[in-house]
Design a protein around this ligand. Structure first.
Ligand SMILES: C[S@@+](CC[C@H](N)C(=O)[O-])C[C@H]1O[C@@H](n2cnc3c(N)ncnc32)[C@H](O)[C@@H]1O
Length: 305
């Protein structure tokens, strides 16, 4: 299988000898880092209310270990709450990573209200590399619909920028749609599940088929599920055995809602897309899937962007 899940604490597992024991070359090309945000939430297998400095020391260790496993020019995408932006940038700098972009991922269905400052409506994703230049950076083009105030359409789409406002987060309730994993009672099984469209953009931008993708805080395994569909081997580490079982099932029984195929059209103007995007032909195209693109189209059409 191209996707591998390791059960355990990533602080212990992010080591070259462990990778070799697991049959993997310690040559990571891309890491998606989506740790618990230390928000005091109840979890069975880790402490989500560490003193601030302990949490950031832990993240420094993770970033250092990931860097040791990463090939020259390999990338890391570190996602965090916007209030931790400064700490994220410091953590990456102090562990030897070179910042390429601070990506703003805007939320669509919720803003955190505030009485003394503006409501918060985005998460940050710091994109950094080992060394000054990325070994791979695919300039993706998207079919962003024309805003009402623009007079002339673009026939070949636009390049993706560092503001990502076309990928819907999986928030609570029905907004999360059928992509959210649920139990028999319809309850979400993991509140932090990342959207397929987010991982697709990250993996397509910073890898080529065959490049090893790593997710040290694998959660529901979105990174692995996406990587596998586009021909990238991947490895995830997850501390909670319930999540490990969830990931194994998600990889084994592919759900329509996890298919990346409906998103291909959106990226069709990308130069060399055939080389970048591989191996999805065997998955049927879901009929009824709501994708970010369609929603964005509506939004722009009605002038609410
Ligand atoms: C924010 S979630 C990641 C969600 C993921 N991006 C997805 O799409 O489902 C963080 C995950 O890290 C796991 N975790 C926490 N501490 C860990 C550790 N030290 N090593 C490995 N996994 C850990 C948690 O159990 C949780 O599932």
């Amino acid at each position: 299988m191209m996707a591998k899940i390791i059960h355990g604490d990533c602080l212990e597992k992010l080591k070259p000898d462990i990778f070799r024991q697991e049959g993997l070359d310690p040559e990571v090309c891309l890491t998606f880092l989506d740790p618990p945000f230390n928000q005091g939430k109840e979890y069975d297998y880790f402490d989500d209310s560490l003193p601030e400095h302990e949490y950031w020391l832990m993240m420094q260790t993770v970033c250092t270990r990931v860097r040791e496993l990463t090939v020259e020019g390999g990338a890391i995408y570190f996602m965090q709450r916007e209030k931790n932006t400064e700490a994220v940038l410091r953590c990456l700098r102090e562990t030897g990573w070179t910042l390429q972009n601070l990506i703003i991922w805007t939320k669509r269905t919720s803003a955190v209200p505030n009485t003394i400052r503006f409501g918060k409506q985005y998460q940050v994703i710091a994109f950094a590399t080992k060394g000054k230049r990325p070994r791979v950076f695919n300039r993706l083009r998207i079919d962003l619909p024309l805003r009402p105030e623009y007079r002339y359409g673009r026939e070949d789409g636009v390049f993706v920028t560092d503001v990502w406002d076309d990928i819907r987060e999986l928030t609570s309730g029905y907004f999360a749609g059928d992509e959210a994993l649920r139990d028999a009672n319809g309850e979400r099984v993991h509140k932090q599940q990342s959207p397929v469209a987010l991982l697709l953009r990250i993996i397509l931008s910073s890898t080529m088929p065959g490049d090893l993708v790593l997710d040290p805080f694998a959660g529901t395994g979105t990174t692995l599920v996406v990587a596998e569909q586009i021909g990238r081997p991947s490895v995830g580490i997850e501390i909670d055995p319930k999540n490990v079982a969830l990931i194994q099932k998600r990889l084994k029984i592919r759900r329509e809602a996890d298919s990346v195929i409906p998103l291909r059209e959106y990226y069709r103007f990308t130069p060399g897309l055939e080389q970048i995007w591989q191996g999805t032909v065997s998955i049927p195209i879901p009929r009824q899937r709501q994708i970010a693109l369609l929603e964005t189209k509506q939004r722009y059409k009605h002038g609410r962007a």
